[in-house]
Design a protein around this ligand. Structure first.
Ligand code: NAP
Length: 260
């Protein structure tokens, strides 16, 4: 690739929270293969070790950081570790979030709400705040947040998750307006890549059938691949190709929202 291309991420340093599996892992692999040095995080040390070993096998420069993003100070430490290791920070992808089982709204508890809000919009804000001084000093920064179509459709059983993700989209717009003059763009990706969340094949036929049914009336007719379908959209938002895009929500769902 031409090193002056606006899509170039070679040599950049990007934090991807929740990168031990699923979408975060796909993002880390994709941008790492483009030459980005990645700081990957997760709570579970064994998964983090496995993720770091994969990155090493791929020859991707990386730093693995263990911690719970619900903790304010952890987000500061993630950013400090990134800058300490690599001497710069170009972007963050606030991807990690904890989940609760599907629950009707009347049964949602305070702890359900607290978990989703603490690991969703609040964690996203703490990470953005920690990164801002570095972006301001560099007069350039890229923030990518994650939302869900369920927040738009009001998916039954997903109340806390949907509400927390709509709060993330709201923070995305406010940050875009407050920090645009600092050279910072802030955008939200709403992905669909759920295959990795399914139980082992054959163990829950009802859930597998419900998952398959989601793709019956779907423009592209398939689930998204974290590395090849979702991550390139994130890479665009981390690059200079998106320098005039901010405060936006971008569906990376194969058009699935249109059939909701
Ligand atoms: N998958 C989809 O189709 C979909 C759709 C819409 C939106 N999203 C959004 O995309 C993001 C990634 O989704 P996913 O399906 O890839 O999730 P996932 O498979 O559940 O993976 C979540 C990742 O975040 C980490 N994590 C979870 N809670 C954490 C915490 N409190 N502190 C630090 N790390 C934590 C996990 O590692 P540990 O367990 O080791 O902590 C893991 O690496 C989420 O924000 C989700 O809301 C996903």
């Amino acid at each position: 690739m031409d090193s002056t291309a606006p899509t170039d991420l070679d040599g950049h340093v990007v934090v991807v929270t929740g990168a031990t599996r699923g979408i975060g892992r796909g993002i880390a692999h994709h941008i790492g293969k483009l030459g980005t040095r990645v700081v990957v995080t997760g709570r579970k040390q064994d998964r983090l070790d496995a993720a770091a070993a994969e990155l090493a096998d791929l020859g991707i420069a990386h730093l693995a950081f263990q911690g719970d993003v619900a903790d304010v100070a952890t987000n500061g430490r993630i950013v400090a570790a990134a800058v300490g290791e690599f001497g710069r920070l170009d972007g963050i992808v606030a991807n990690a979030q904890s989940f609760r089982p599907v629950t009707p709204l009347e049964d949602v508890t305070e702890s359900d709400m607290d978990l989703l809000l603490n690991t969703g919009p609040k964690a996203t804000l703490w990470l953005m705040q920690a990164a801002l001084p570095h972006f301001t000093a560099a007069k350039r920064g890229r923030i990518v947040t994650m939302g869900t179509a369920m927040g738009l459709t009001g998916a039954p059983g997903y109340g806390p998750y949907a509400a927390s993700n709509e709060a993330i989209r709201s923070l995305t717009r406010t940050a875009a307006r407050e920090w645009g003059r600092n050279g910072v763009t802030v955008n939200c990706v709403l992905p669909a890549s759920g295959q990795h969340r399914l139980p082992p094949a054959g163990s829950d036929p009802d859930r597998e059938a419900a998952f398959a049914a989601m793709y019956e009336d779907h423009p592209l007719g398939r689930d998204g691949d974290a590395e090849h379908d979702i991550a390139p959209v994130v890479a665009f938002l981390l690059s200079d190709a998106s320098q005039y895009v901010t405060g936006q929500s971008l569906m990376a769902d194969g058009g699935g929202l249109m059939r909701a």
